[in-house]
Every structure is written in C-alpha cells, then in structure tokens.
Design a protein around this ligand. Structure first.
Ligand code: CP
Ligand code: NVA
Length: 323
C-alpha cells in the first residue's frame, strides 16, 4: 500500500535518508551558485505555506525555493484563512491538499501537524512546531559539512571531515529536540546544557537514547554550559523565549543567567563554529561579539535554509511520486 512520506520530524527518517537530503541540497546549492540551471523538480507545482506563527527565514526560503525549482508558493497566514477562525484541521487538510501539491505548516503542538498529515493526500512539511524544527537541522548540517565537520562514512563532496561534537546551550526546546534527533540518527556526540527546570522533553530524550543505541551516538545532558562546551567543534544555542512562550519571559530570563554563549564559552571549544537558527537576541542567549566573530556561521546557516528546503521538496517529490 502506498504510504505518503511527509517531513514532520527527523525521528521518521533513517540516517541514509537524512544524508541523501543533505546531498541533494548541496548539489542544488552548487548548481545554483555556479549559475547552472537547476532541474525544475517542482515544475508547475504549488506549495501552500500555512503560518500560525511569525517567520522571516522559513517563509522566504520556502517561497523562493519553490520558485527556483519551477513551482510557486502560497503564503497563508492563519489570520487570513478559516483555520484561524476555528475551521478544523482535518477539513483544512482535505481542502488544501486537494488543490496544492505540497503543504508546509508552522504551528504550535506537533499533534496539529500529525493530524493535518493524516488527512492530507499531499506531502506535509513541518516548518516548526513547539516540539521540532527539522528543516532547520538540514541547513545546520549542510553548514557543518561546509565548515569541515560531519560524518565521514557517507559519500559526499566533502572529505576529511571532523566528527561532530556538538554542544547545545540553552532552552530544552524544539531546537534542542531537533539536535537530539539529528545526533541520535547520524551517530555523533551531542551535549545539551540547560538550566535544571528547562530540560528537554523526557519522551523525546528517551527516543534519542533508543536511536543512539543503534547509531553509536553519545548523548549527554548537563546543567553546566562549560562542561558541555569543552572540546566541542560546534557550539549552538537558541532563543530562551520561543514563539508562544512569551508569558513567563521575565522569570525565564532570570533562570537562564549563566547560559549566555560568550567568548569564554567559545574558547572552551576545539576551534568551534557557532550556529544559531536565528532570530538571535544578542545579550541574552549569545553575545554580540560571538555572533560577529570568525567562529560564527549563522548567516551561512540562514542562507543554507534556501538550499535545504529545495532539497527537502525534491526528496519528497522523488520519494512520493517518482518511484
Ligand atoms: N530559523 C527560523 O526558522 O527562522 P524564522 O523564524 O525567521 O523562519
Ligand atoms: N525555538 C524558537 C525557534 C525560532 C526559529 C521558536 O520556536 O520560537
């Protein structure tokens, strides 16, 4: 029986599939930068993009990416569609998927995406949920590989890569969960440092530990940013106040004192690159001088969203329709 492949979380993907998406994205990026015509993998097709939360990078990169692949994208803010006035997810999914060829959704609970995908007869992409932000991790991994850090047991253009030792400092949020999925699927070392009361979701951690048993990943949880950063070659963080969590902002900021990635943290790493999905709040989770330093690859990382998303769209087209 045909079962639709969606892109909701890296937990649903094998290591080979993740690296395949990375490779497609890198190939597309190189063609694009060398002025070669990109294969129109999404020719005359439409990507409907539903945003229940704000976005700069995700919106722009999916919209431009769909266009560069020969198709077009539709921006649908929940303020303007009936979903925002209470129309059910299942009805919305059936209607939109009867017209569009692919749907990207940025939403709150991950279960909203799961329900949408259940009723959609077209592939659905998670453009961020409270629990996961998987498209970001494809761009992050491309950025790592371009900086000479990555798994060496797969066939890619980049050779002699340093095996990732990633240190995530900050909130146990959708980015932390997505790093847990990437590390545990690919098999590298991830240290996550959060304040005590802001740890990652325990079910997601358990899942990562299960995956790590197969991949050989090393997953470490700590409350010490310094301990996590020692000899890491990637140091990353994210906002302390994710979208939809603004109500306890002042309290949270106090709890996160000591978790700012500053130059002293970067110095503990092994010539580490600094990543941040952005938007960044300078002076909170990261200092201005770290973002502006030679270690920082955050703008390359943001640019790579464009190529990652073309890779994800192409993969879903290939997987679902070109069997
Ligand atoms: N990193 C990221 O998803 O950025 P936006 O919220 O601007 O889309
Ligand atoms: N954790 C952040 C990521 C923003 C791209 C949020 O969910 O708001």
């Amino acid at each position: 029986m045909f079962s639709m492949k969606h892109f909701l979380s890296l937990k649903d993907f094998t290591k080979d599939e993740i690296l395949h998406i990375v490779n497609i994205s890198i190939d597309i990026k190189h063609s694009f930068l060398n002025g070669k015509k990109i294969q129109p993998y999404f020719k005359d097709k439409t990507l409907a993009m539903i945003f229940e939360k704000s976005s700069t990078r995700t919106r722009i990169s999916f919209e431009i990416g769909a266009y560069q692949l020969g198709g077009m994208a539709l921006f649908l803010s929940n303020k303007e569609i009936q979903l925002g006035r209470g129309e059910s997810i299942k009805d919305t999914a059936r209607v939109i998927s009867s017209m569009a060829d692919m749907i990207m959704i940025r939403t709150f609970e991950h279960s909203r995406l799961e329900e949408f995908s259940k009723f959609s007869n077209k592939p659905v992409i998670n453009g961020l949920s409270n629990e996961y932000h998987p498209t970001q991790l494809i761009a992050d991994y491309i950025t790592m590989v371009e900086c000479g850090i990555g798994m060496d047991d797969y066939n890619c253009k980049y050779k002699n890569l340093r095996k990732p030792v990633v240190c995530y400092i900050g909130d146990g949020n959708n980015m932390a969960h997505s790093w847990l999925m990437l590390a545990s699927k690919l098999g590298f070392e991830l240290r996550v440092a959060t304040p005590k009361d802001f740890s990652v979701d325990s079910e997601i951690l358990d899942l990562a530990i299960q995956f790590a048993k197969h991949s050989g990943a090393i997953i470490k949880m700590t409350n010490s940013p310094q301990e996590a950063a020692v000899n890491a070659n990637v140091i990353t963080t994210d906002t302390w106040i994710s979208m939809g969590q603004e109500s306890n902002k002042e309290y949270k900021i106090k709890q996160f004192s000591g978790f700012c990635v500053d130059s002293n943290i970067i110095k503990l790493g092994d010539d580490a690159i600094f990543l941040h999905c952005l938007p960044a709040y300078r002076g909170y989770e990261v200092t201005d001088d770290v973002i502006e330093s030679k270690h920082s690859k955050v703008f390359l990382e943001a640019e790579n969203r464009l190529h990652a998303h073309k890779g994800i769209i192409t993969f879903l087209e290939e997987k679902n329709w070109k069997r």
